[in-house]
Every structure is written in C-alpha cells, then in structure tokens.
Write a protein that binds this ligand. Structure first.
Ligand SMILES: Nc1ncnc2c1ncn2[C@@H]1O[C@H](COP(=O)(O)OP(=O)(O)O)[C@@H](O)[C@H]1O
Ligand SMILES: [Mg+2]
Length: 216
C-alpha cells in the first residue's frame, strides 16, 4: 500500500518534536526508521496509523487523506488497512492466544475459515492456541502480536521496536518471522528499530531527526 507523508510537523506547545517530514512508502516495500530516542519515531508511526494528531502537513494511506477524517473514520480505515506491532506486545491477558490473533477478524466481521490455525502454524505457535498470554514467553508473545497484526491481510504493517524487549537470539527469530510473513502477505512494512541487524534487512533505512527524515 502506498503511504505518502508531506511536510508533517508535530508540536507540543512551542516545542516541535519534528518538522518537514516527507516520506513515501511503496506497495510491498520495507522501510526501516532509525533515530535517537525521543526524536519522535513512535509519534510518526502513530500519525501514520491515525492514532496521533499532527499540527501541519498531510498523511495519506492508499490515496486517502487522513486529515479530514474524524476519529471513528480513522479507526475504521486503520482497522481495515493496517496492522500494528508494539514493543510491549499489547496482547489481551484474558483472551487465549487464538482469540487474540482472531480479534481483527472479529472486529471486521470477517469469517475465520481456518485463518487463525494457519497463522498459528506460520509463526511457529502450532498447538498453543488455547494458552493464555501469561503462559507464553516474550518471543512467543511477540509472535502472537505479529500474527494478530497480519491476520486480516492488511496492506500496511507498522512495527514500533518489536524486538526491543527480546534477547538477541529471540529477536533475530522474531524479526525473521515478521519479515517473512510481511513479504508473504505482500504488505508494506514500516519498522522503527534500534537494531542494526533489523535495519540492514530493509529496502531503505531512513533516519528521523527533528528537521525531517533522510536516507541513511
Ligand atoms: N504529552 C506530551 N507533551 C510534551 N511532549 C511530549 C508529550 N508526549 C511526548 N512528548 C515528546 O515527544 C517526543 C517524541 O516521543 P516519541 O515519539 O516517543 O520518540 P521516540 O519513539 O523516537 O523515542 C519526546 O521527546 C517526548 O518527550
Ligand atoms: Mg518510541
């Protein structure tokens, strides 16, 4: 899916987090975003998902301008077009693994048709669908989050430091699954990361500073 960001600025009062951010993502492209802590990487990703507001500029997803949409319309578009993977997993503790993964299908009123089972297998969690999140390791939890983010075949996957809470060996495995599954689904991937190993896998690596994004 195409993402097109023009002259985006985010401010808190007089203090700018970032300005002059221009960014295009092509369908199926994998873009990594790096930058110092606090520079606004999560904010930018949240703007891309319509989860945060901005003060100047435009965000377009698949040709649709998010600016004029109200919160409900943004939520609908987000649900349909995007999947989000957070550093802290954000799985729902009272739902089992299969229910967590199937949640987007339920919200979109789409039939399961064995998709949850196939997704469990694809991320290496075969047979663990009935477990509760507390019965999983961090690496397994992040694979649940990846499966959930892709179950409804979104055209854009947004991932905010998804391996930041994992040990290096587990992080490498989870990254492999994240990239393989994104490619398999033909989705675009925007990955915020501190990991050099992750960045080198991307089609493009962009550095965010307070003055904009630049090719690294
Ligand atoms: N409510 C707020 N008021 C003022 N500044 C904020 C607020 N929320 C976030 N910030 C600032 O926005 C900046 C960007 O944060 P964030 O997007 O989380 O950065 P990153 O993900 O690159 O570490 C930070 O410097 C943070 O201090
Ligand atoms: Mg962040």
């Amino acid at each position: 899916m195409t993402v097109s960001i023009r002259n985006l600025a985010k401010r808190y009062g007089d203090v700018a987090v970032f300005e002059h951010v221009n960014l295009d993502v092509a369908p199926g492209e994998f873009v990594a975003i790096v930058g110092e802590s606090g520079v606004g990487k999560s904010t930018l990703l949240n703007c891309m998902a319509g989860l945060d507001s901005w003060d100047e500029g435009t965000v377009m997803l698949a040709g649709q301008d998010l600016g004029p949409l109200d919160g409900d319309a943004r939520a609908l578009l987000r649900r349909k077009l995007t999947g989000f993977v957070f550093q802290a997993f954000h799985v729902l503790p009272h739902l089992d693994v299969a229910q967590n993964i199937g949640l987007p299908l339920m919200l979109l009123k789409q039939p399961d048709e064995g998709r949850v089972e196939r997704m469990l297998a694809a991320v290496g969690l075969d047979g663990l669908g009935a477990r509760l999140p507390q019965q999983l390791s961090g690496g397994q939890l992040q694979r649940v989050a990846i499966a959930r983010a892709l179950i409804h075949n979104p055209a854009l996957l947004l991932a905010d430091e998804p391996t930041g809470n994992l040990d290096p060996a587990t992080a490498a495995k989870v990254l492999d699954i994240l990239i393989a599954q994104t490619r398999e689904h033909g989705a675009s991937l925007v990955l915020v990361t501190h990991s050099e190993a992750a960045a080198t896998r991307a089609d493009r690596v962009l550095t965010l500073t307070s003055g904009g994004v630049a090719l690294r």
